[in-house]
Design a protein around this ligand. Structure first.
Ligand SMILES: [Zn+2]
Ligand SMILES: [Zn+2]
Ligand SMILES: [Zn+2]
Length: 336
């Protein structure tokens, strides 16, 4: 079983994937990106038996599917087993309990960024909501992260378009940092930090990429990467899974426009997106929390246009050669 180990210096948790165990010679091979053809692709329709048993599907009236959720065949964390927290000398260790699911975005193997449409994005977002809600019931799990790696350079190992969901027995460091900023801000002002950012951005209108009735897409003020995008609900809400059908449709259509703008202005770049929603539960040490009032769910989209190098690794600083104001303008112009 894989290990979760805590770095005592930074407090960061690392998954030591003994299941994948790569030795020196595994890294010496020239990496060849394998272009799986649809007839051998485990995610293509007709090959359902090649994957572990299905968890959920968006079924069409003719019994075909539009979206499928399956367990990852090579999970980084496994759902079976007991959650054991223990010390190992001075170090902290948790058994690799969690969930690792794969959301097949579409039956179409070679779906391009342009091919995503609002209806299909709505089905994909519905799958996120249903699966997060279900995994939340597992008392061992504290956080569920939905993310997408689009394109090999963004870390996708399968060509067939898909998203992933990893549920963890801990709250990851990046989320913890957001939670504590939000809590500090709320303690001081009794307002949500993200809500204040939204109203400030709306007032000055320098970094807004697109607004729909219920959602807004921004280039964040201190964007780490060129063309970084943040999508948020305009009305305060900490938990993504409380989203209703109308809001979900609104979000799907906004995301459709944003993906199209990325495709047009940067000719289908590799990218990652991450859905940051409130944790399933916080630790027993902090039962009292204003989490639902101070946190605000959002989706971060990061086109992979620059590489992280020594300075970034050494400092946690980022050098972004595209001012977010310019990025917002270019993306705005790429939208019909
Ligand atoms: Zn396929
Ligand atoms: Zn808010
Ligand atoms: Zn975030």
């Amino acid at each position: 079983m894989n290990d979760l180990r805590k770095d005592p210096i930074t407090g960061r948790w690392v998954i030591i994937a003994t299941d994948r165990l790569l030795r020196p010679h595994d890294f010496q091979k020239t990496k060849i990106i394998e272009e799986t053809s649809p007839d051998r692709c485990p995610l293509c329709p007709g090959h359902e038996a090649m994957t572990p048993p299905e968890i959920w599907r968006w079924e069409n009236p003719d019994h075909s599917w539009s979206v499928r959720v399956i367990p990852n065949k090579f999970p980084v964390l496994r759902i079976e087993g007991d959650l054991l927290r223990r010390g190992e000398g001075m170090f902290d260790h948790i058994s690799g309990i969690g969930a690792h699911e794969l959301i097949v975005d579409s039956p179409v193997h070679s779906l391009t960024l342009e091919d995503y449409d609002a209806e299909q994005i709505f089905r994909i977002l519905s799958a996120y909501k249903i699966r997060l809600d279900d995994l939340k019931k597992d008392a061992r799990l504290r956080y569920g992260l939905v993310f997408k790696n689009f394109g090999m350079e963004a870390g996708a190992s399968l060509r067939h378009p898909h998203s992933q969901l990893i549920a963890l027995p801990i709250i990851p460091k990046n989320v913890k940092e957001e939670l504590s900023s939000c809590r500090d801000y709320y303690e001081l002002k009794e307002r949500c930090l993200f809500c204040d950012i939204i109203s400030d951005e709306m007032e000055h209108n320098k970094r807004i990429i697109l607004e729909s009735e219920r959602h807004i897409a921004l280039a964040p003020y201190a964007s780490r990467f060129p063309f970084e995008i943040c999508i948020l609900p305009k009305k305060h809400e900490a938990c993504f899974t409380r989203i209703g059908e109308k809001e979900l449709k609104d979000l799907a259509s906004l995301m459709d426009n944003i993906l199209e703008a990325l495709d047009r202005s940067l000719s289908s770049p590799p990218f990652n997106y991450m859905l940051h929603s409130r944790p399933f539960r916080v630790s027993e040490r902090h039962p009292e929390t204003t989490l639902d009032l101070d946190y605000h769910w959002h989706i971060e989209i990061i086109p992979r246009l620059t590489k992280i190098a020594g300075f970034e690794w050494g400092t946690g600083f980022y050098i972004n050669p595209t001012p977010p104001e310019e990025a917002a303008k270019a993306l705005r112009e790429a939208i019909d």
